[in-house]
Design a protein around this ligand. Structure first.
Ligand code: URA
Length: 473
């Protein structure tokens, strides 16, 4: 077995792979390892130390692109795998690059995952403007790509943000643009003991890196310590602040801090092609991992529907509110209390209905120390319809009561107006929809008589749903 140790990048692997091919080393005779060299500042164009005179082999344009993309996949065995594909190709076995082949299929899957991560990066990186008095960089962003796409994403932003200076920090490294030159710093997943001795040039990067990772609302202490070892804090002017910030966040100031920091942020719009910003999404593996829209970023958690799987009535609200976001259950805040009273009056036991929302993450904006509900955008309603569809399918309720305009919109589209539907029964696929007001609307009404009329309309809709859902109907 020959161990080939390379820098963890495509060019290094390609040069070494050509050499291994030239020596006739079969894939099973080679174990590819990556060097644990200390992180080093490097330029994209820096020549690889592994360049050799090994003869190139001809591969199709498509295979070249697949290999290059798949090389950025977070798969510890990728260099071994890519070498096997290349070996097979060099031996004349073209099926190695076919999606019908086992290796080919894996290659396509890896490349696709990386391209998706590239799209995600340009869609989801959010630059935050720093205080001008702090000097460069003017903008910073913290981002956690699913695959190793920092260099690609950085080149994208460098081409689009003019001469602004910026830094993108990720768990595996940082990219900095000084208005002219793009510089990348790779950092091993496990920080080496030499991190504290980082050269001066890197120190400015790390100071900014710290600022951008310290979002108290998303504090992950072990990650903070892994990527910014405690011993390194003392080298930073802000280092002394970290323990206080951490203990504040632990002590329950997290939500307030989030509201304040979000409110205080400036920003810069980055023009992104619509197609890039809205890549076609594969099915997410779970609601908790859903990134179909951006709302997950500022929410505590996704709130899925709750209730018996055989419920004959589904109540469809808009989105979780402040308390639902914290507890992870629908309708447990003030609107839920009003709804509970209405259900009781209508003779609809809460335990027998399935309660859910059109949008599963809380959308809000800071207002002082409060998180103020914000109506979800059409795009967010549409992105989340993926989950609503699953619930409609899984629960199979006969009657759906839509609470408010967003719920109605989620089923019938934005042209369906609440005023035209309230109190009516409308067929929807194999179901019946009863549209009514949202309980929050009643809560917002100061006039007591008007509020009682709204509550009565909700009660009437629930009674109607009970009748329509009865097995004799
Ligand atoms: N409002 C809603 O629409 N849904 C909830 O779960 C809570 C408040």
């Amino acid at each position: 077995m020959r161990v080939i140790t390379i820098d963890d990048d495509f060019d290094a692997w390609r040069a070494a792979a050509l050499e291994a091919l030239a020596q006739g080393l079969a894939p099973e005779m080679v174990d590819w390892r990556t060097s644990q060299a200390e992180p080093a500042l490097f330029n994209e164009s820096a020549p690889s130390v592994h360049s050799t005179g090994a003869p190139p082999i001809r591969v199709s344009r498509e295979l070249a692109a697949l290999l290059k993309d798949a090389a950025h996949c977070r798969d510890a065995r990728r260099w071994n795998f890519l070498y096997r594909v290349l070996w097979r190709w060099a031996a004349g076995d073209r099926s190695a690059a076919s999606p019908a082949d086992e290796d080919g299929a894996r290659l396509y899957k890896m490349a696709k995952a990386v391209r998706r991560a590239q799209h995600d990066m340009i869609a989801y990186v959010r630059f935050r403007q720093r205080d001008a008095a702090l000097g460069a960089p003017e903008y910073v962003a913290w981002y956690e790509p699913d695959h190793d796409v920092l260099a690609w994403g950085a080149a994208h932003f460098a081409a689009r943000m003019g001469r602004s200076t910026w830094l993108i920090a990720t768990p595996d490294g940082a990219a900095m643009f000084d208005g002219e030159r793009l510089q990348l710093e790779r950092r091993r997943a496990v920080a080496s003991d030499h991190a504290a001795d980082a050269p001066d040039a890197a120190e400015a990067l790390w100071m900014t890196y710290y600022r951008s990772i310290f979002n108290p609302a998303r504090l992950n202490e072990s990650a903070l310590e892994q990527h910014m070892p405690v011993r390194f804090w003392k080298g930073l002017p802000e280092g002394a602040l970290i323990p206080t910030l951490v203990s504040d966040a632990r002590g329950g100031a997290r939500r307030v801090a989030q509201a304040q920091s979000v409110g205080a942020l400036g920003g810069k719009s980055v023009q992104v092609d619509a197609l890039d910003a809205q890549p076609e999404r594969d099915a997410p593996t779970s609601l908790d991992a859903c990134r179909r829209c951006d709302l997950w970023r500022n929410a505590t958690q996704a709130v899925r529907g709750a209730g018996p799987s055989g419920a004959r009535i589904m109540l469809l609200g808009e989105q979780p509110g402040d308390q639902e976001d914290l507890k992870g259950e629908p309708f447990v805040g003030p609107a839920g209390q009003l709804l509970d009273d209405a259900m009781q009056r209508a003779g609809v036991p809460r335990e027998q209905v399935f309660l859910t929302n059109a949008v599963k993450h809380f959308k809000w904006e800071p207002r002082g120390k409060r998180r103020l509900h914000k109506t979800p955008a059409q795009q967010e309603i549409e992105a989340c319809s993926y989950w609503l569809e699953q619930e409609l399918h899984d629960i199979g309720a006969r009657v759906i009561v839509t609470l408010g305009a967003t719920a109605l919109n989620a089923l019938f589209g934005r042209r369906a107006t609440l005023s035209a539907h309230v109190g009516r029964v409308v067929p929807y696929r194999d179901k019946l929809v009863v549209a009514t007001y949202h309980p929050s609307y009643a809560l917002r009404q100061n006039d007591e008589a008007a509020r009682e009329r709204t509550v009565a309309a909700i009660v009437a809709a629930l009674e109607q749903a009970r009748e329509l859902a009865s097995p004799s109907q």
